[in-house]
Design a protein around this ligand. Sequence first.
Ligand code: PHE
Length: 348
Amino acid sequence: MIDPAQLQQTLNLLEDAFGKDLQALRGAQELDALRAKYLGRKSVVAEHLKRLPELPPDQRGLVGKALNTLKESFEARLTARQHAFRTQPVASALDVTLPGSAVPRGRLHPITQTMEAILSLFVPMGFEIIEGPELEYEWYNFDALNIPASHPSRESFDTFFVDSRSPEPRRGRLLLRSHTSPVQVRVMQRRKPPLRILVPGAVFRPDPLDASHSFMFHQVEGLVVDERANFSDLKGTLTAFVERFFGPATKVRFRPHFFPFTEPSAEVDIACTACRGQGCSTCGRKGWLEILGCGMVHPNVFKAAGYDAVKVQGFAFGMGVERIAMLKYGITDIRLFFENDLRFLEQF
Ligand code: PHE
C-alpha cells in the first residue's frame, strides 16, 4: 500500500534536492551527471515508475501522474539550464570590477629601430632605399670593388664562401656578402646616374663571437653619383647625419683611411659618447669612436659597373648598425642583440 501523503513528501524532498544540485552546477559538462542522477535508469523516479504495476489499480493513475509531472519538470529545468550555459557561458563568472589581464605588446627589434632611424634621416636628403642579395658573387663583393684576388685587403674582408661557382664571366664563387658595397655595383649596372641610394642589409664575416664581433651584423651603405658630387658634399651629408642622429653638439672628425673602392678614403669618428672626448675604456683612451667608412668612389669601380669614370664622380659610405646602436644606447656587448632575451629587448 502507498500512502499518497508520504509519496508526495518523498517527491517534494526529491524536488528540493534537485533544485539545490541544479543551482550548484558550474558548467555544461556537469549537466549529464545530474540528468543521470534524477532521470536515469537507477534514479528514484525511475525506480518508482518501475514499481507502478505493484500498486493497486486505483492508485496507479495518481502516482504515475505525479511521477511523470516531476520527471517532466526535471527535464524542462535541465534543458533550460543547458540553454543558459550555452548562450551565456561566462555571464555568471564575469566580474567586471576585476583588473584586466594585460596583453604583452610586441615591438620592433632595437636593430630594426636603429636601421629605420638612420634611413629616416637620409630620406629627406633625397636618398632612395634599395636592397641587394645576401648571397652574392665574388666578383661583386671584391673584384668590381677594386679588390683583386691577390690584394691583401681581401683578408680584412674575411668571407664565408659557399661551395658553388658560376661558369659565367664576372661572377666567380658564391659567398655571403661581407659588406653592402657590392650593391653599389649592382645598382650602377642597371641604372644611369644621377644616383642617391641607401642600402640597408645583413652582412657576414667569419669572426669569432665576442663582445664586439658577430658573424652576422647589419650595415647601411650610401652612394651618391652625379657629375659634380665632391668630398665637401660627402662631409656635409655625413656631418648632418651625425648631428641629427647623435645630437647637434656631437663633435665629428674625418680621419684619412684606406679602402680599395674609394679614393681618397676616410673614417668618421665622433667624440666618445661615454666620456665626451675625455678618454675612457669605451674609446680606448682616445676620446674618439669610429662610426663609419667613406670616400670618393674609385674610378675602377665606376669602370667595373659600366659608368664613364671621366664623366661621373661620387661618394660612398658604409656604417655598421649594431655599432651605432651600441654607441647610441650605451650597450657594451653585441651578443645582446641576437640572444632574444626579453629583459633586454623590452627596454627599447
Ligand atoms: N664597405 C666598407 C666596410 O664594410 C665600408 C665602406 C663603404 C667604406 C663605402 C667606404 C665606402 O668596412
